[in-house]
Design a protein around this ligand. Structure first.
Ligand code: SAM
Length: 237
């Protein structure tokens, strides 16, 4: 049976994903003069590839060797050689060299840490891997909306038209369990930690970051319950 990731990568067409995201991250990084980027949750390489193609110097990190090799292959197919490093975020600075202008942690990846001590530790590792004026860009699903609005209003999230759907099947303050359904009828279940927006911001701040700007679905103004995703941009100085 194919893994969740293989199926996801097969169906979610990168061009469609790039269109829906626009140049948000490229613009943020360029406008702030950030060039040396650490993509800590590179997964199958979507953001790493986009940023390398846009001229950034990118190092791609993931804890999973399978993900990194898929990312490398995806890069190769586009004529790129990605610089990959296998590392668990909790020990990141043992595995990487030098300091970075920016760290990106995207695709709702931070939600995979289930212990608060790990979340704090990881943010401290991210902080240490940045230059004195570096920035951290971290996104997350808007769990507040699902936690606060009750089960009846928990909507299905559609990806790639109606090819893949994600539905919350269990939600409490300590666990967000989602069911992903693929066009062939196969289902996958993922357990995540339901990060409340305020909580994520507080943890980032307590790791030492000076200022945090939070965007909803790539917009600076949003109604609290509207966006599906938040993007936090945290400044070290
Ligand atoms: N950023 C990619 C995207 O948007 O397509 C991938 C997102 S995927 C949901 C999350 C990634 O984070 C996975 O590739 C997983 O291996 C990685 N990951 C989760 N916990 C990790 C950890 N503690 N250390 C390193 N990588 C981790």
């Amino acid at each position: 049976m194919k893994s969740f990731v293989e199926k996801w990568d097969e169906l979610i067409d990168w061009d469609a994903r790039a269109t829906s995201e626009g140049d948000f991250f490229i613009d943020v990084l360029r406008s702030r003069g950030k060039h040396k980027i650490l993509d800590v949750a590179c997964g199958t390489g979507f953001h790493s590839v986009r940023l390398v193609e846009a001229g950034f110097d990118v190092t791609s990190v993931d804890g999973s060797a399978a993900m990194l090799s898929q990312a490398f292959e995806n890069g190769k197919r586009r004529g790129l050689i990605l610089k990959t490093v296998q590392s668990d975020w909790r020990w990141l600075n043992k595995d990487i060299q030098g300091k970075y202008d920016a760290i990106i942690c995207l695709g709702n990846s931070f939600t995979h840490l289930h212990d608060e001590s790990d979340r704090r530790r990881v943010l401290a590792e991210f902080y240490a891997a940045l230059k004195h004026d570096g920035i951290l860009i971290l996104d997350q699903r808007n769990y507040d909306a699902i936690l606060d609005d009750g089960f009846s209003s928990k909507h299905k999230y559609y990806y790639c038209g109606d090819q893949v759907t994600a539905e919350p099947e269990h939600m409490d303050e300590g666990l967000a369990r989602f069911r992903y359904t693929f066009p062939d009828g196969s289902e996958y279940h993922l357990n995540m930690f339901p990060l409340r927006k305020k909580y994520t911001r507080r943890l980032i701040e307590e790791a030492g970051f000076q200022r945090i700007h939070s965007y909803g679905d790539f917009q600076e103004t949003y109604q609290e319950s509207d966006p599906d995703f938040y993007v936090h941009i945290a400044e070290k100085a």
